[in-house]
Design a protein around this ligand. Sequence first.
Ligand code: SF4
Length: 348
Amino acid sequence: MESKKRDIRALTREQLRDFFVSQGDKAFRGNQVYEWLWQKSAHSFDVMTNLSKATRDMLEENFVINHIQVDQMQRSSDGTIKNAVRLHDDLVVESVLIPTKTRTTACVSSQVGCSLDCKFCATARLKRMRNLNPDEIYDQVVAIDNESRLYFDRPLSNIVFMGMGEPLMNYNNVLKAIEKITSPEGLGMSPKRITVSTSGVPKLIKKMADEAVKFKLAVSLHSAIDETRTSIMPFNATFTLADLREALVYWYQKTKSRITYEYVVWEGINDQRKDVDALVEFCRFAPSKVNLIEYNPIDDGDFQQASNKAIEMYVETLEKNGITVTVRRSRGKDIDAACGQLANKSGS
Ligand code: SF4
């Protein structure tokens, strides 16, 4: 029966080799299958043409390949592409390709929905249904790499874990996916081109530092004042700014990798002098830079982009204090693909 079959991509190369030996075959068949699965992204056993028909039938009887399906692809007037990705159990997540003149960035999801409840985020309105497997994360990246080659004539250059979900709440699978993305047996991408963006789980930031990861870290900060941050990101009551700060100092000591703070300025929430002063203070603890991100309202609710004057105050103050700051215009707004807008509106 179909349900008894195992997901073949949950097996390591060694396990695949052992499987073939247990079937009375040669271990190197495991290598051949592994290459089909990961380097050639095979969606079926039929395409594995260097295996005999009998071997392919035997695999078909024992395993499934739970490959993702890009159900719907929307293209924005600015070139951004949003994929609605259907998983083997019919759940849907979204991932986005963001092209600029010099690079193509994939923004990928790590969970179906999200376990946190940031008040400004569309994904937070979907309850967390499950974590994505490493191969489901990897497949999103491969799909965007293919689209980048097809539509922009170049491979994918960067990846950000900024889609649906909190990547550190799916720690093991995200790290396994990155291992595959960076391995020569996968896409062979440099980890320096990958950014994991978290809302800030101190214990897990320290764990990543201890594991000497090579990718970059971004933190969705949005306020450096506890009371304000807790009002928009309620988990801040548990993971306070003091704990986050300590973890970030630890991260920098261990990795020597500069931290990026993602920050949206909202009218009436964090657009005052005291807010920028607190941010400057927070930036002093570890080498960092600030991305001020344009906000994409998800409805007519409480969150509206602050005035240009407030943004200018942020930029001037940060620069005056020697902190690198970039103002990021949002992409893909017309297809709800911009930051904080991913909520499966295009899905089932
Ligand atoms: S902003 Fe990120 S962590 Fe917060 S609810 Fe949305 S997806 Fe989850």
